[in-house]
Design a protein around this ligand. Structure first.
Ligand SMILES: O=P(O)(O)O[C@H]1O[C@H](CO)[C@@H](O)[C@H]1O
Length: 325
């Protein structure tokens, strides 16, 4: 599934961004999107259940992924398969492009396909990318419904050979060894907290944290959850990091907002079977073990519940963006 490069792959197709493919994609966009919306400043990626983020776009134009060379289809419930171009924010608004549905490696998509829309955003001039996702809480202090401003990540897949930047460089001007210690823009993160203040958001509704990327599609075992927590992660999800890496390579400023949809590490959730049996043998009452299982339906329901808050926050951050230089 990972894009391991074989010697039979040509540099141009190893990461799905050959210049001919990009030219074809850009040509289709040029034919469908009105000129005033063709070069958006901001790109938005809508996470699971968060496609409603784009509902407030004005003068919006939808481009179905099936029309776009290089785009695959989103197969996950809660993800659509279209790009939305339009204006967002107050006043005249800022031109944005939103992905109403992202691609995940667990769907069977190559990493090059997963990040191709980010490459397209780079090619049409996106400067700031706002990436949203649904995530499970590893940090017990994070309540379901909290929005986490991501300031760092742990990506076990990256460390073990599943990195979207593996392979020949698609642009010789890109650095071969991309530093990502500052991947998450400090100034954009600060804008989110300013935006939350202006919206009078409850202090607990917004937090900062580290995102752990896992491949999925299985959710974590309790031990995996504890492992990721011990490694320093606050939330976990199956997306985002490949997009962040491609966006950084394209020179974009990156903001990531994770909506906590469920808890992964539940304090004191472990119950010893030996103790339970010993309690039974002693004739004492045993407390029932509550088997809490996360489901994608729960994830989507939370997205629906908190979608408006995420939308207001993103729109306010757009309003606070400094004028382009
Ligand atoms: O990261 P997004 O796309 O928001 O979705 C999250 O929700 C799905 C699991 O419920 C996984 O795809 C996980 O990554």
């Amino acid at each position: 599934m990972a894009d391991f490069i074989t010697t039979s792959q040509k540099p141009s197709d190893s990461r799905g961004s050959s210049s001919t493919l990009m030219t074809e994609t850009l040509q289709v966009l040029k034919e469908i999107v009105p000129p005033e919306l063709q070069n958006p400043r901001v790109g938005i990626i809508c996470g699971s259940g968060l496609s409603g983020l784009a509902a407030s776009l004005r003068q919006s134009v939808l481009v179905q992924y099936e029309k776009l060379p290089g785009f695959v289809q989103s197969t996950v419930p809660g993800h659509k398969s279209a790009l939305a171009f339009g204006l967002m924010g107050s006043g005249a608004g800022i031109p944005v492009v939103a992905m109403l549905g992202r691609f995940h490696p667990y769907e069977g998509h190559k990493l090059s396909s997963v990040v191709y829309p980010v490459r397209v955003m780079g090619a049409i001039g996106v400067k700031d990318i706002f990436i949203t996702n649904a995530a499970g809480a590893l940090n017990p202090a994070l309540a379901v419904g909290t929005i986490v401003v991501v300031h760092d990540h742990i990506a076990l897949p990256n460390l073990t050979g599943m990195n979207p930047l593996l392979g020949p460089q698609i642009d010789p001007s890109f650095p071969r060894f991309l530093p990502i210690s500052d991947a998450y823009s400090r100034s954009l993160r600060k804008l989110v907290f300013h935006a939350a203040h202006q919206l009078s958001m409850n202090r607990d509704a917004l937090a900062e944290g580290t995102y752990a990327w896992v491949s999925g599609p299985t959710y974590e075992t309790p031990a995996e959850g504890r492992f990721l927590r011990a490694a320093g992660a606050d939330v976990v999800g199956m997306s985002t990091v490949p997009e962040v890496l491609a966006a950084r390579e394209e020179g974009m400023n990156v903001l990531v907002l994770s909506l906590v949809t469920n808890a992964v590490v539940i304090p004191a959730s472990y119950k010893s079977v030996r103790e339970e049996v010993e309690t039974e043998i002693a004739g004492n009452l045993i407390e029932p073990v509550i088997d809490e299982k996360v489901s994608h339906e729960e994830v989507l329901a939370l997205g629906k519940m908190k979608g408006d808050l995420m939308k207001s926050l993103v729109a306010k951050v757009l309003d606070l963006l400094p004028p382009p230089v």
